[in-house]
Write a protein that binds this ligand. Structure first.
Ligand code: LLP
Length: 448
């Protein structure tokens, strides 16, 4: 692309006229996802980690068009559920490119994964508890397995997404070698895995390095139990040659317009250094989600109410926490830009946004919860009714976390591909809200 492949796309880089046209054609709230930018992000990851297996954490954005772009770019797919596995299969990933990370897996999901494995033998199941091995065996699964480790150290933009160190995820580090040996006896053990958390910023790289170093050490202990010196059991154990050491995803992207981006080549170099020396024939693996899709997406929303109060001006918009949950859930910051186009109070056209004064406002959605705000006390070009607001860096965990709370249909999403805009996910209708109600199930099965 012209201008190279910058490490981040800022909200101000989007073509405002184009966003106006898309909002006029498809209404709001509307997600816009730029596949060209998704491809650039994949390329940048592959260039920074040329010798690693790069897996896309599908949960960040599961849209078919995105998955196909990621597949064509050559990344594998890391899936968290039966549904994500199905989406990845539908997007053309074959079994050898599927990694199912089973977190307290519901029986239905394990059944599904075992079924998928029967048809797509290359799939890998990552287990975070020893009894998941039993549950896989009960289903006749005897394929590729990876052991997820709790590395005892984590990082992330919020405690709710700091995974490493949380007891929920993975087998405690000091039991991981035993678990891996058990897995190797019963299945085809191919890897070990740990994930620090999501949204690792430049100042948290030390924690990530620590995690990577511990995983490298574990891989060496498994490869050479005699040298590990961790007791008789280990000394009498067979060496285990792993295909890979997966150190997870979590690479942060800047949300504030002036925040510095991660220096990806430097992160890659630090990762390689921390994991080294890896046993021969063992590769590094990573599984970023946010980094691939976050800055490729914006959410467009229309101003419907401007309400001055003694304390603040509340700008009401048609997108809320049901469309973009991150501000309500994590107090997450998303850049917001007023693209204008609205009406003045006297009914005439409001002045162009360039001529308006920056005014501190709270942008609030239509949901009946106080937490339903997209920002507070933020300076925007004085919003008027009918203005179009663009909410930036909305491509990761945006549409994915949308809900129908307050019986609000989920928004539409447009995919931009080499200049062409197509509806990637249609807007839900009020009718869609009723389709799963009692009596409406396709098979008419109303049992509890
Ligand atoms: N691998 C595993 C096992 C994960 O659990 C996750 C994210 C990833 C990879 C990808 O992490 P990423 O590269 O996208 O940071 N909803 C939250 C983020 C939750 C992430 C959960 N796991 C948010 O909106 O910030």
């Amino acid at each position: 692309p012209a201008g190279g492949n910058p490490p981040v796309r800022r909200l101000s880089d989007w073509d405002a006229e184009r966003l106006h046209r898309l909002a006029a054609a498809h209404e709001t709230p509307l997600y816009v996802q730029d596949l060209d930018r998704v491809r650039e992000n994949c390329e940048r990851l592959l260039a920074a980690f040329p010798d690693a297996d790069v897996r896309y954490a599908v949960k960040a954005h599961t849209g078919r068009a995105v998955l196909e772009a990621v597949r064509d770019a050559g990344l594998d797919a890391e899936c968290a559920s039966a549904g994500e596995l199905d989406r990845a299969l539908a997007a053309g990933f074959d079994g050898s490119r599927l990694h199912y990370t089973a977190v307290n897996p519901p029986a239905r999901d394990l059944d599904h994964a075992a079924g998928v494995a029967a048809g797509e033998p290359g799939i890998t199941v990552t287990v975070g508890a020893v009894d998941t091995l039993d549950r896989l065996a009960e289903r006749g699964y005897d394929g590729r397995v990876c052991v997820r480790v709790n590395p005892g150290v984590g990082a992330g933009h919020h405690e709710k997404v700091t995974t490493g160190g949380a007891a929920k995820f993975g087998i405690p580090y000091d039991r991981a070698a035993d678990a891996a040996r058990e897995a190797a006896e019963r299945f085809d053990l191919v890897g070990i895995h740990a994930h620090a958390g999501s949204g690792i910023d430049p100042d948290q790289l030390d924690s990530h390095r620590e995690l990577v170093a511990r995983m490298g050490e574990l891989a060496r202990d498994l490869a050479d139990p005699d040298a590990a010196g961790d007791g008789d059991a280990a000394a009498s154990a067979d060496p285990i040659a792993l295909e890979y050491v997966d150190v997870g995803g979590g690479f942060g992207v800047p949300y504030e317009e002036d925040a510095p981006p991660l220096d990806l080549p430097a992160v890659a170099a630090a990762t390689r250094e921390a994991v080294a020396p890896l046993p021969e024939d063992t590769d590094l693996a990573i599984e970023p989600g946010r980094y691939v899709v976050a800055d490729a997406g914006v959410l467009l929303t229309r101003v419907n109410t401007v309400k001055p109060t003694p304390d603040e001006t509340v700008v009401g918009v048609d997108a809320g926490m049901t469309d973009l949950l991150r501000p309500a859930m994590y107090d997450a910051y998303h850049p917001i830009r007023n693209l204008g186009g609205g009406r003045a109070r006297d009914g005439g056209d409001a002045p162009s946004v360039a001529e308006r004064e920056a005014t501190p406002v709270t942008v609030a959605g239509p949901i009946c919860e106080t937490g339903d705000t997209l920002c507070k006390d933020r300076a925007l070009a004085d919003p008027a009714r009918g203005d179009l607001l663009a909410v930036g860096v909305a491509g990761a965990y945006g549409y994915e976390m949308a809900s129908q709370y307050n019986s609000r249909p989920r928004p539409a999403e447009v995919a931009l591909d080499d200049g062409t805009a197509t509806i990637a996910r249609r807007r839900e209708t009020l009718g869609d809200l009723l389709t799963v109600e009692r009596g409406a199930a396709p098979d008419g099965d109303d049992r509890p």
